[in-house]
Design a protein around this ligand. Structure first.
Ligand SMILES: Nc1ncnc2c1ncn2[C@@H]1O[C@H](COP(=O)(O)OP(=O)(O)OP(=O)(O)O)[C@@H](O)[C@H]1O
Length: 261
């Protein structure tokens, strides 16, 4: 194992790092959208990524998932450097992603959506046509029960509310048993009355499913409540890292949100 790969597996506290970026930089023409950013997410953590509009959060996520190629820097998933890997290969290696807008098939039942999500990572297309085995169906129903939607397994997914569809997406992401799940504004567009439930569901998945989660979020109450640690970006740079309490009291963070340089 190379020194770099070795360093990717263990952080200074001895926790196992599931994801690590080292000096990731992404430019769009003359604009440096992500500037030399290091982040690390350890097994079992829920880590938040915040920052004002245009700070570079989505761009960093896209460099991690392989949607964009970083201009500089390295991305490690567990022991493996995945920097130049194509997106599908990074996904197969265990990086799950949940988007802001939902990507479910509205004409299919909720359960079928989950079964498809499990098979997406499969090696051959024919797996999509085969009858899913019972264990997969059981798993789908189990994950739907987590988000209190087991009663809707046979309903067409398109008939559900946006908030319910987001919960289905969350279950779909867990079907693939990801090493780490990147969530892009999970609370975005969700009815405020459901936010408490969402926090509960993500926490349950974190504890019961040992799901490691890295999430972008604009809803401060949500992220402060759910995250173990938070990274803050501004103008592409990482300006702070710490517990929610530390971040809330960090003058650089307050200044960045107020638009002070
Ligand atoms: N494909 C692109 N081409 C050119 N510029 C881009 C592209 N994608 C993002 N940018 C720019 O890079 C900077 C970072 O954008 P990014 O979307 O990563 O920020 P963000 O923190 O996710 O913002 P928001 O919270 O508003 O979604 C912005 O100035 C944005 O305009």
């Amino acid at each position: 194992m190379s020194e770099a790969a070795d360093a990717a597996t263990t952080d200074p506290s001895g926790e196992r790092a599931v994801l690590r970026t080292d000096g990731v930089t992404k430019r769009f023409g003359g604009l440096t959208a992500v500037d030399d950013v290091d982040v690390e997410v350890s097994e079992g953590e829920i880590v938040g990524l915040i920052g004002p509009n245009g700070a570079g959060k989505s761009t960093l996520f896209n460099c991690i998932t392989g949607t964009l190629d970083a201009d500089e820097g390295h991305v490690y998933l567990r022991d493996e450097e995945v920097t130049d890997w194509p997106e599908y290969k990074i996904a197969r290696a265990g990086l799950g992603r949940m988007f802001q807008e939902t990507r479910i098939f509205g004409d299919m039942t909720v359960r079928k959506n989950l079964l498809l999500a499990a098979q997406e990572g499969g090696d051959d297309v024919s797996s999509l046509l085969r009858r899913p085995d019972d264990s997969l169906v059981g798993r789908a129903d189990e994950l739907l029960a987590y988000v209190d939607l087991d009663g809707l397994a046979d309903v067409r997914a398109g008939r559900l509310s946006f908030g319910q569809q987001k919960l289905i997406e969350f279950s779909m992401a867990l079907m693939a048993d990801p090493e780490i799940l990147l969530m892009d504004e999970p609370a975005g567009g969700i009815n405020p009355s459901m936010i408490g439930n969402l926090i509960e569901y993500i926490r349950t998945a974190n504890v019961d499913e040992e799901a490691t989660i890295f999430l972008i979020e604009h809803n401060m109450d949500f992220v402060m409540e759910i995250a173990d640690r938070i990274y803050v970006l501004a103008h592409g740079e990482r300006i702070a890292e710490g517990t929610p309490e530390e971040i809330q009291n960090d003058q650089r963070v307050l200044d960045a949100y107020l638009g002070r340089e």
